[in-house]
Design a protein around this ligand. Structure first.
Ligand code: NAD
Ligand code: ZN
Ligand code: ZN
Length: 345
């Protein structure tokens, strides 16, 4: 089968012919129907040797939907032919966190040479993907594959980040979402669907602000020197109750700190490499609380799928054949993808 593989650090991923895997023990073979392209794929592709613990080669793709194609002799919990979405974070499988479906916070994470499907282990940019067990799959029969695939990560990560802030986002509260791309446009929809707060959006692109508007944001503004003041004026002057930063550069962290009200919450999701300095006294608002959500637990993926099945989430997708992956990667790199790029075999 054809697979888009990372073969050497510093080289672009290459289409390679490899053997179709055969499921053993509790493994499940999934025929891939759609795979989202995440900004994190660019971070992986661009990583210098030694930065990530992954061993090469492996197949990229951590946002995957498809149909169950074959079961290992001990596999149970899914049926051949069923439409599924991958629960992509794969932990050690045996610690307390993994046992509860919280592989994203696996206790052995620091010692594993992978973080999940397509992140050190063979992922979904291929005709088939081999999944360690059915617990890494969530049924998604009510959804088109191109809608389901981005829920694996863009949907789940945004949902998990919002879930951690929900207590601060009651009626009359204000949330600011920075970076309205694959994750951010779903975060806006999830805030709309699961909280009563006002949602303000920030991006550097007009088309991303138009996407924020279609996603249900109350207001959108471009990233400029006076953006904190503009957002404060829209949020009732006291500042924001929560900021979700899907960029994570020095510039966006500065904005987040500048716009939060005392006691406000910041969730940093983007891996833009920015830093915040903690000091008392310092510039962080009093009562400032920070979270660094990573992906999400399995049960929240099921909740995201349920929201999508109920019509509360719509992923804006741009579709590319797997053979045009290089073009999709190039467009994402240059900020020319609206919503999520999805590759189809
Ligand atoms: P994306 O490229 O689809 O979207 C990023 C958006 O941010 C774009 O719309 C872009 O125009 C906007 N942007 C860029 N610079 C900006 C700035 N200075 N100010 C305001 N907006 C700006 O990316 P994505 O796939 O949604 O991923 C977003 C980030 O989240 C990436 O850094 C990715 O690596 C990270 N990520 C983290 C997790 C996690 O679990 N923590 C999971 C998935 C992705
Ligand atoms: Zn991702
Ligand atoms: Zn574990």
């Amino acid at each position: 089968m054809r697979a888009l593989r990372l073969t050497a650090w510093g080289d672009p991923p290459a289409p390679v012919d490899i053997e179709r895997p055969v499921p053993l023990r509790a493994q499940v073979l999934v025929r891939v129907e759609a795979t989202g392209l995440c900004h994190s794929d660019l971070h992986v592709i661009d990583a210098a040797p030694g930065v990530l613990p992954y061993q090469l080669p492996f197949t990229l793709g951590h946002e995957v939907a498809g149909r169950v194609a074959a079961l290992g002799p001990d596999a149970n919990g899914v049926e051949v032919g069923e439409r599924v979405v991958l629960y992509g974070p794969w932990g050690c499988g045996s610690c307390g966190r993994c046992a509860e479906g919280w592989d994203n916070y696996c206790d052995r994470r620091a010692t594993l040479p992978w973080h999940g499907a397509g992140l050190g282990r063979d992922g979904g940019m291929a005709e088939y993907v081999l999944v360690p067990s059915a617990r890494h799959l969530v049924p998604a029969d009510g959804l088109a594959a191109e809608q389901a695939a981005p829920l694996s990560d863009a949907g789940l990560t945004s949902y998990h980040a919002v879930a951690g802030l929900r207590h601060a986002l009651g009626e009359g509260a204000t949330a600011v979402v920075i970076g309205i791309g694959g994750l951010g446009h779903l975060a806006v929809q999830i805030l709309r669907a699961t909280t009563a707060c006002r949602v303000l959006a920030v991006d550097v692109r007009d088309d991303a602000l138009a996407l924020a508007d279609r996603s249900g944001a109350d207001f959108g503004t471009l990233m400029r020197a006076d953006t904190a003041q503009v957002l404060r004026a829209r949020g009732g002057d006291v500042g924001a109750d929560a900021v979700l930063d899907f960029v994570g550069t020095a510039e966006t962290l500065d904005l987040a700190v500048g716009v939060l009200r005392p006691g406000g919450e910041l969730a940093v999701v983007g891996s833009g490499g920015g830093r915040l300095t903690v000091a008392k006294p310092g510039v962080l608002p009093p009562g400032f609380r920070l979270s660094l959500p990573f992906w999400g637990p399995r049960h929240q993926l099921a909740e995201v799928v349920e929201l999508a099945c109920a019509g509360a989430l719509h992923v804006e997708t741009e579709r590319f054949p797997m053979s045009a992956a290089a073009e999709a990667i190039d467009r994402l790199r240059h900020g020319r993808v609206r919503g999520r790029a999805v590759l189809v075999p």
